[in-house]
Design a protein around this ligand. Sequence first.
Ligand code: IPM
Ligand code: MG
Length: 359
Amino acid sequence: MSKKIAVLPGDGIGIEIVAQAVKVLNCLKNDFGLDVEMENGLVGGAAYDDSGTPLPEATLKLAREADAVLLGAVGGYKWESLDIAVRPEKGLLGLRAELELFANLRPAILYPQLAHASTLKPEVVSGLDIMIVRELTGGIYFGQPRGIRVLDNDEKQGFNTLIYKESEIERIAHVAFETAMKRNKKLCSVDKANVLECTELWREVMIRVSKEYPEVELSHMYVDNAAMQLVRAPKQFDVMVTTNMFGDILSDCAAMLTGSIGMLPSASMDKNQKGMYEPIHGSAPDIAGQDMANPMATILSVAMMLRYSLGAEELAIKVENAVESVLDQGLRTEDIYTEGDTKVGTEAMGDAVVAALKT
Ligand code: IPM
Ligand code: MG
């Protein structure tokens, strides 16, 4: 039976980059026997404009019934002053929560072809291959109580809650240890256990779960130091595991080590291999609609989808090789362009990946 993919382009450059990823999927379908059906849905600002909510019931249903979700990006200037409850970002957070996508895998890989696109020295970043495992449905992003209240003296006070249950830490720990087992068996857990009780518990649970994975070398690092080490000597890391908010911050930092956030895919997984796949960058409203965005992060997200949710490892490798071959040809979108390369737009980059797949 064919697998179902829910395609949710979202806003801004989401639309252009997802179109390139869909080209790749169609090529795999027509030429390489991938058995999938795709159906489009609205999310984020586009959905708000259409129906007054960033996550319409129909989209949620489509995503629930799919085997995998391909998402572009959400948000834009146009919706920035909306109430936080209906902002585009809520569509994304709602999908993560409703589908229980608690494990977010964010690889930061430096393609040798792009060593000079990084702002760090080539010797610091060459060969970089880190996997950040970010908890995605808990922590301060979802903790209650939250809000802005008015105090007796009429002053406003904003508050959020950093909260984790042992079971939530345990399940992300297992994903992280299992990821480490498939790689170099080195796991660094990032917390702020010197200040925050919640992450003191995080550390305690990580140590407890580590007993089930005696082959994995577990280390701990405070988040401030981890941010520093990521730019000082990033190659010391293999797999990192951390909370929702720390993971949000550290994954952007790790992305820049690789030259451009425009290259990095992500997978957000539930406990049954169902996943939502999206580039880690945002909707970039400043360049939307100008055929400038880099579609590679989204195309590489398709590779992750093939690997984790569609059981098509060979096709995943095929897509990754096609991306490398396009980089070898010297084709670059604006964000990864350095002198001497051939500058191309979003469409041309997508077409080049499809052409590379076919050869
Ligand atoms: C990310 C993004 C999201 C997050 C935003 C858009 C809500 O920054 O996926 O990293 O904070 O998780
Ligand atoms: Mg982020």
